[in-house]
Design a protein around this ligand. Structure first.
Ligand code: GDP
Length: 434
């Protein structure tokens, strides 16, 4: 599995932006040990912090700091790894990088440490993807989901599924040796066919839970609509100023759609403000309205604001949560489940609570294993199609071949495709040694 690139020793700043109190430079590869000998004078005992001076090749000190040495394969990448914990000054790190370059090391590409960990069998692809999610996690729900998968949640599910497919195939292939080559009633092939049908349905259900994972990772999508002056942007601004706003989110992309992200009880929620919707708008405004309506039709939740200080009746958007706005100016009665005032702050917490409940509802049971990426969905869909293809054939060879394709697709999710292992299954389940 050792690729040419892995004979290189790589380094990178693994901690955050400089300057910082402490910065961590990680080095991985065959020269990690020599680098330590040159720059630290010795190789400390693996996994024990050692304190000392870190010097350049001429022996001039660069800084003092802590060194951690991980001897491969007991390291993140599976190779020898060194961590330099030093002062996080820009010049300190620049001097270190210069030295590491002089010693023939090169700076790591994006994700290269994790890639090496994968190539060395330390993680499968779903665990590697989950690590990326964990690093990006902004909310508690995202963190929990990422941690579950980083410690093998999806891997277990998909490896289990692949194991089942390999087993069915082994059963069919063994049957082939002992019987006619057709699927006859009551045969192994028939039984496998029935189970495969259920299994493919199980995969369909899993695939259909993708929207839940998207909500989790990208946020529950709330769109605010209403007439011009209904108070939409005032509400959005009020929400953006609350402590639930996630500042790290990307700013709105278009002039008439402004988006903010909130952390509501650990769930990421995106709220988008749209152009005001009214009849008889001019051409340019009408385009904005069209965009607002089409955006609303894709949303997980539409909040329709209705100005309580005006008696204009809004055109109701189907399925929208109707919220009265400008409660402080309200005259007369109104029949709406929620009413808010941005002016007094009234009703906003209740509205947020309602949105949070709806977001939680859409997320479903915490702890469910969900397909987290489009890549997973594509491969799972192909696998289910191959399974149905297997069911459709009468000839056992064709069934077996379709199952091989199906397990290959699932193997691509975890990145652990190994064609040899069907032999193990056959040998372990059947007494062929006679
Ligand atoms: P939009 O066109 O729907 O985005 O509406 P705006 O947010 O721009 O609000 C229209 C006007 O209503 C502005 O003058 C706001 O200051 C005012 N407004 C919005 N919300 C409230 C509220 O809760 N109370 C009062 N008194 N005025 C509000």
């Amino acid at each position: 599995m050792l690729s040419a690139a892995m004979t290189d020793t790589i380094f990178a700043l693994s901690s955050g932006a400089l300057p910082a109190g402490v910065a961590v430079i990680r080095v991985s590869g065959p020269d990690a040990r020599n680098t330590l000998l040159t720059m630290f004078g010795k190789v400390p005992e693996p996994r024990r912090a050692a304190y000392g001076t870190i010097s350049d090749v001429e022996g001039n000190p660069i800084d003092s700091g802590l060194i951690l040495f991980f001897q491969g394969p007991a390291s993140f990448t599976g190779e020898d790894v060194v961590e330099f914990h030093m002062h996080g000054g820009r010049a300190v790190i620049a001097a270190m990088f210069k030295q590491l370059g002089t010693l023939g090391l090169r700076s790591a590409e994006q994700g290269e440490f994790t890639k090496r960990a994968f190539l060395n069998g330390k993680l499968d692809l779903t665990e590697a993807e989950a690590l990326a999610d964990l690093i990006e996690a902004e909310t508690e729900a995202q963190r929990r989901f990422a941690v579950m998968n980083a410690s093998g949640g999806q891997k277990e599910l998909y490896e289990g599924w692949r194991g089942r497919l390999i087993e069915y195939r082994a059963l069919l292939e063994a049957d082939l040796d002992f019987s006619d080559q057709e699927d006859v009633p009551g045969s192994v092939a028939e039984k496998v066919g029935l189970e495969l049908e259920q299994f493919a349905n199980e995969i369909d259900v899993h695939v259909s839970s993708f929207r839940r994972a998207e909500i989790l990772r990208q946020g529950f999508d709330v769109v605010i609509i209403g007439r011009p002056n209904a108070g939409k942007s005032s509400l959005l601004n009020a929400l953006a100023r609350r402590d639930v706003a996630l500042v790290s989110d990307e700013p709105g992309t278009t002039r008439d759609l402004i988006e903010i992200a909130l952390d509501l009880g650990g769930v990421k929620v995106k709220v988008t403000d749209t152009a005001g919707i009214r009849d008889g708008a001019g051409k340019v405004e009408a385009m904005g309205i069209d965009r607002a309506l089409s955006r609303a039709s894709e949303a997980d939740l539409v909040v329709q604001l209705q100005d309580l200080s005006s008696d204009e009746e809004p055109d109701l958007f189907e399925g929208a949560l109707c919220v009265g706005s400008k409660l402080d100016l309200a005259t007369g009665d109104f029949r709406l489940p929620f009413a808010i005032s941005v002016e007094t702050g009234q009703g906003i917490s209740e509205l947020l609570r309602e949105i949070e409940l709806k977001a939680r509802d859409a997320l479903g049971q915490a702890g469910d294993i969900l397909p987290a990426r489009l890549r997973h969905i594509e491969l799972l869909t192909r696998a289910a199609a191959w399974m149905r293809d297997a069911i459709s054939h009468n000839q056992i060879e064709l069934k077996a071949e379709a199952l091989r394709q199906a397990s290959h697709e699932i193997g691509l999710i975890t990145g652990r495709v190994d064609v040899e292992e069907i032999l193990d299954v056959i040998f372990s389940r059947f007494c062929i040694g006679k």
